[in-house]
Design a binder for this molecule. Structure first.
Ligand SMILES: *Cc1c(COP(=O)(O)O)cnc(C)c1O
Length: 346
């Protein structure tokens, strides 16, 4: 970054590249509420095809894509199961409950993984007049607050067989599905096709300024389009933003491995300073969690003074995220600065 500050707070902080801005400026646009923006339509079709689904809907945020996806499956008063640190229950400000009457129960897994045994115990597809009926299960891949961890594909396949025939639907919060693809070589569609609906972000590691896409069956997406407008989310010449998304899909997926390598460098430098602070084996993609206990707030503030921005994401947990605007040199420098701070006696 030109200011010299290295911003590791999130992969949402990226600025559009020159080439992305040129693609945006050249975008053909129309009124998307009338379904007439050719660039939005192209993006929706492209993402649906990439993920092996029938249709797509471009939304301003990943939260909105999750809200519309989960609303499609969970009627008011019914329940969604998810992991206890999932974005849908921790970071969407209760939207699913506040707007759509969705109740939740959670399982906990140290790496944020699907827990088939717990889900099998909790799920009650048709619980009758006393207990809440389960309508859907949401899974996050990669799992943000668990540290960018990747869901094991065989567990997801297991989940598909557990719910098949029960009427319970599966929603994938694939905000960082591209990171899972880059890290494992499993195509995003290999994960996405196991789910009834999937949300993906263009504005995280892919570096678009704004935007997510929800994909699923055509009838469900048609209804989500109505609800998007109902919630005030109909947008007009959104093709300017869709063009950024298309550019990101063309140019910024393969390079995610650089972000992963940079996260490894940071984790290694910090583990050399104190290997109790970072579990290197858990750094699978572009997120590094530091377990620093009561020092968390102080570490964030000392790092900020030294030109590295980070954030506290849970009790004693500091999160670092690498992205398009963090070079290999930045990563090394940030890792050295943080390692020095961690070496200091507390
Ligand atoms: C960022 C993120 C989202 C969507 O966030 P918005 O800020 O609403 O775009 C959804 N799920 C996960 C796991 C995320 O990290």
């Amino acid at each position: 970054m030109s200011s010299g500050v290295i911003d590791l707070r999130s992969d949402t902080v990226t600025r559009p590249t020159e080439q992305m801005l040129a693609a945006m400026a050249a975008a053909e646009t129309g009124d998307d509420v009338y379904g007439e923006d050719p660039t939005v339509n192209a993006l929706e079709e492209r993402v649906a095809a990439l993920l092996g689904h029938e249709a797509g809907l471009f939304t301003m945020t990943g939260s909105l894509a999750n809200v519309l996806g989960i609303r499609g499956w969970v009627a008011p008063g019914h329940e969604l199961l998810c992991e206890s640190r999932a974005h849908v229950v921790r970071a969407e400000l209760g939207a699913h409950a506040a707007m759509h009457g969705v109740t939740t129960r959670t399982w906990s897994h140290s790496r944020g993984h699907v827990d088939l045994e717990a889900i099998g115990r909790m799920m009650a597809p048709d619980a009758g007049p006393y207990l809440v009926s389960t309508a859907a299960v949401a899974v996050e891949n990669t799992h943000n607050f668990a540290g960018g961890t990747i869901q094991p594909l065989d567990q997801l396949e297991g989940l598909r067989s557990v719910v098949d025939g029960t009427g319970i639907r599966l929603h994938l919060d694939g905000a960082r599905i591209w990171n899972a693809q880059a890290a494992t070589g499993t195509p995003a569609r290999g994960y996405a096709s196991l789910f009834d609906s999937v949300s993906v972000c263009l504005s995280k590691g892919l570096g678009a300024p704004v935007g997510s896409v929800l994909v699923g069956p055509a009838d469900m997406i048609a209804e989500a389009r109505v609800w998007r407008k109902r919630l005030g989310g109909g947008w007009r010449q959104a093709g300017l933003l869709a063009a950024a998304g298309l550019h990101a899909l063309d140019h910024h997926i393969d390079r995610l491995t650089e972000d992963h390598a940079n996260a490894q460098v940071i984790a290694e430098l910090i583990a050399d300073a104190d290997d109790a602070v970072v579990d290197r084996a858990s750094v699978e993609t572009n997120i590094v969690l530091l377990m620093v206990g009561e020092r968390a707030e102080r570490l964030v503030s000392e790092a900020r003074d030294a030109g590295v921005l980070t954030g506290v994401v849970g009790p004693g947990v500091v999160r670092l995220i690498t992205h398009l605007d963090v070079t290999a040199a930045d990563a090394r420098k940030a890792g050295e600065i943080l390692a020095d701070l961690i070496r200091r006696p507390s």
